[in-house]
Design a protein around this ligand. Structure first.
Ligand code: EPU
Length: 433
């Protein structure tokens, strides 16, 4: 199994460039299936989740080419309905967007139940509710989702989401843009990547209004045309480097970001005593001599993001005093705590609440990356710990962070990748070096 070997004790200094937003890209790539023509998409992050989705699209007949390392062209003009590769779909959460895009394009979809990080039960009932409201018969059988538009084409509908769901909001938007008539999504999620998906679809000829509020209105159009679109910067990647700078007591300029998207994260970091200076497209982050304890609760945007919870968990191990983290989105997002305990952390977990007894000196240990963000958190822990930390299951981290090790090492970290020679890892089908 591949591993990161981290020699701790570094202080991060310098500048880091943030890549395109993973959770926008993983919706926009499947949405390109709706477009008759060439979509040029800029600021695509080079991570394994986007590679997997591009491979799935090519197997549906799309032509995909990289113009440079972050710009691709996707032409789905000749795409045809067929079974998508199940082994690939099972690997990632975002394969659920193929339900919306295949239904919108072909009137039928067959996908696996989605994979992705394991935070307890992650149902897709709100996606299914939305597709049914749009006129699809949807059945889940033997791990597959079968969806068929009853009239061959979807029809607009008014859909109230029982739960604020990023995935269901985006999936229904994707399905509805080519539906006949008007769709209204109420109690919609408001994350920046929802606005980004709407902007992408509109730039290809769709009519989506209200993204970023809790009511989204979609007037169906007959077809979408090609165009050029630039994906927003990744809020969570940026937040991860902010925490890494604060935790190591360093000073890092985080470039290519939208400061507005960072407000929740910046606010909580400032409470810990971290200095943050805002520029037009950058933030300067400087760690304090002594971190202060805080309480935080994860919530849908604009609340504090659950995808930053494990990284803050590490930071608060270093802060003076007792901090409380309440996880407001998932039932089981504290698995990383067991790994942190191996490094000397004192954390009690009761259901969705973690109580962190801070002011600890972490020590290096062999640990797992339990999932993508937990893995990033372990990397931060390894950088602040004394001694050597070995992290395995790093494929989770590479699902969502572009050139993580290179970027951190350029800031002064000491991380090596140890490849397991017994495993042959094929380079990403679309990677360019
Ligand atoms: N939920 C339901 N039914 C549904 C959908 C969601 O009960 O039909 C529940 C979930 O179980 C969860 C809550 O609603 O408790 C919110 O889930 P949401 O649908 O918003 O999450 P998601 O679409 O599965 C996306 C991101 C996650 C991120 C969440 C929350 C992608 C591919 N994934 O997941 O990203 O944590 O939104 O912001 O966009 C990550 O990047 O590390 C990651 C896990």
């Amino acid at each position: 199994m591949d591993q990161y070997i981290i020699h701790g004790g570094s202080t991060l200094r310098g500048e880091v460039e943030i890549s395109g937003a993973k959770n926008a890209a993983v919706a926009i790539i499947p949405a390109a299936l709706l477009v008759q023509g060439v979509c040029r998409i800029e600021n695509i992050p080079q991570i394994s989740d986007t590679d997997t989705l591009l491979t799935i699209l090519t197997q549906l007949g799309a032509r995909v080419s990289y113009l440079n390392k972050s710009t691709i062209e996707i032409d789905c003009t000749d795409a045809r309905y067929q079974d998508a590769p199940y082994d690939l779909m099972r690997k990632i959460r975002a394969s659920y967007y193929l339900i919306g895009s295949m239904l919108g394009r072909f009137g039928s979809a067959k996908t696996t139940m989605p994979g992705g990080c394991n935070f307890g039960v992650r149902p897709i009932d709100q996606h299914i509710k939305g597709m049914r409201a749009l006129g699809a018969d949807v059945n889940v059988k033997n791990g597959f989702v079968y969806a068929d538009a009853r009239d061959g084409r979807l029809h607009g509908a008014r859909i109230y989401l029982d739960k604020v769901s990023v995935g269901a909001t985006m999936n229904i938007m994707i399905a509805a843009v080519l539906a006949e008539g008007r769709t209204i999504i109420e109690n919609a999620a408001r994350e920046p990547h929802i606005v980004d998906l709407a902007n992408f679809l509109n730039s290809m000829g769709a009519d989506v209004r209200g993204a970023g509020t809790d009511t989204i209105k979609i007037n169906g159009v007959e077809e979408l045309h090609g165009g050029t679109y630039t994906i927003i910067p990744d809020q969570i990647e940026a937040g991860t480097y902010m925490v890494a700078a604060a935790a190591t007591g360093g000073e890092v300029l985080i470039r290519n970001i939208i400061p507005k998207h960072m407000e929740g994260i910046s606010a909580k970091l400032r409470e810990t005593g971290t200095f943050i200076e805002e520029y037009e497209e950058a933030l300067l982050v400087r760690g304090p001599d002594t971190l202060r304890r805080i309480n935080l609760k994860t919530m849908p945007y604009p609340g504090f993001p659950t995808d930053m919870q494990p990284q803050f968990g590490v930071l608060l191990c270093l802060a003076n005093g007792t901090s409380v983290i309440t996880e407001g989105i998932y039932d089981n997002r504290f698995k990383y705590v067991n790994e942190l305990r191996k490094m000397g952390a004192e954390i009690q977990v009761d259901g969705r609440v973690a109580v962190i007894d801070g002011g600890r000196r972490l020590t290096g240990a062999p640990v797992h990356a339990c999932d993508l963000r937990a893995g990033a958190a372990m990397v931060i822990a390894g950088m602040v710990a004394s001694g050597v930390t070995e992290i395995d299951d790093i494929h989770f981290i590479e699902r969502g962070y572009e050139r993580f090790v290179q970027k951190l090492n350029a800031l002064g970290a000491d991380i090596q990748v140890r490849y397991d020679e017994s495993e042959f890892v094929s380079p990403g089908a679309f990677s360019v070096s």
